[in-house]
Design a protein around this ligand. Structure first.
Ligand code: G3I
Length: 300
């Protein structure tokens, strides 16, 4: 069971002790992304990422590297590069970062959210526009050269069940595997709402077809919004508990679903404003959702 963490919070209480006590797999929520690591060309800003890795490894935890290539965290100076300069910058970025963390990262989210939301094709990013569709395979090959021991994942949202986007993601990773590209796993982000999500059956079927490709599956960024659930706050929290329980249970029951990572510790620091999507509330008290997750992990 994992969580996304922020370096600045790890040294605070009770955030740090909850991470220490409750989780065994850490993902840097934003401090290992390109825009933070290299805000200007050649600038190296590894301090926060290094501290997160050190915190995890000192406690026998595993650390997931997040994320090498993502249109959502590309430094502004990268977006203006020519095709040849962009190719060189991508290669330098992946090599520099993966080699910097060589031997310390269990798995990298090599490419994040490269498929269009309607499943019609690849997302129209600066990488696709200037480098062509091969940028995805190239990124995986570069990451593998940088750290042959690290497992390499594709990570995306909105394709957790069986829909057009899930089908296009499936085709993408099937093509990569068929081409012998070093890809080991897939992250299903699972940013969902308690009353709007793929069914347990669809999630399980999607996990199974991805596993049949030889891929390890992670639920990689789970949070469950509740604001749109009708009724009392207690009813919303119970609906959230049931959703967390049921989805985590699907992962527990599927042999190739290896890990569930929640996208943050406490509602106080969720990227989702104005909702309460996580396992601990803004006062760091465990919510019903936390106990739903424990029940799922315990087979209840
Ligand atoms: O903590 C600093 C603060 O000290 C500073 O004053 C402020 C202004 O610069 O920035 C704060 O950091 C922000 C951080 O969130 C914490 O709030 C960063 O600017 C901001 O870029 C960062 O946004 C992250 C976002 O990805 C972009 O990297 C979110 O935390 C993070 O939850 C979100 O996560 C993404 C996944 O990587 C990919 N899947 C979707 C998911 C949600 O968008």
């Amino acid at each position: 069971m994992g969580t996304a963490v922020q370096f600045s919070l790890l040294s605070t209480s009770p955030y740090g002790s909850i991470v220490d006590r409750e989780f065994s797999y850490l993902t840097a929520e934003y401090e290992m992304k390109w825009d933070i690591l290299e805000p200007a060309p050649g600038s190296g800003n590894f301090a926060a990422g290094d501290a997160i890795v050190a915190f995890g490894l000192a406690r026998g935890m595993r650390v997931k590297g997040h994320t090498l290539i993502w249109h959502g965290s590309t430094p502004s100076w990268v977006n203006t590069l020519s095709a040849s300069d962009l190719r060189a910058a991508v290669e330098r970025h992946i090599r520099t970062v993966v080699e910097h963390y060589r031997g310390e990262i269990d798995a990298w989210d090599v490419v994040n959210e490269a498929v269009a939301d309607d499943g019609s094709g690849l997302r129209d990013t600066v990488f696709l526009q200037r480098l062509g569709a091969s940028y995805i395979a190239d990124a995986f090959r570069l990451a593998h050269q940088g750290d042959p021991q690290a497992r390499l994942f594709y990570n995306d949202y909105g394709g957790e069940g069986l829909n057009a986007k899930a089908n296009r993601i499936y085709e993408l990773v099937r093509e990569l595997r068929t081409a012998g590209v070093p890809i080991d796993g897939i992250g299903l982000q699972m940013h969902i709402a308690a009353n709007s999500r793929p069914s347990d059956g669809e999630i399980a079927a999607n996990i199974r077809r991805l596993a049949a490709l030889g891929l390890t599956v992670h639920i990689s960024e789970m949070d469950v919004r509740v604001n749109s659930v009708p009724g009392s706050n207690a009813a919303r929290l119970e609906a959230q508990k049931a959703t967390y329980h049921d989805v985590v249970r699907v992962c527990v029951m599927e042999p190739r679903c290896e890990a569930v990572t929640f996208w943050g510790v406490t509602d106080a620091h969720s990227w989702i404003r104005g909702d309460s999507p996580l396992l601990f509330d803004a006062q760091y008290a465990a919510k019903p959702a936390y106990f739903g997750v424990l029940d799922a992990f315990s087979g209840r």
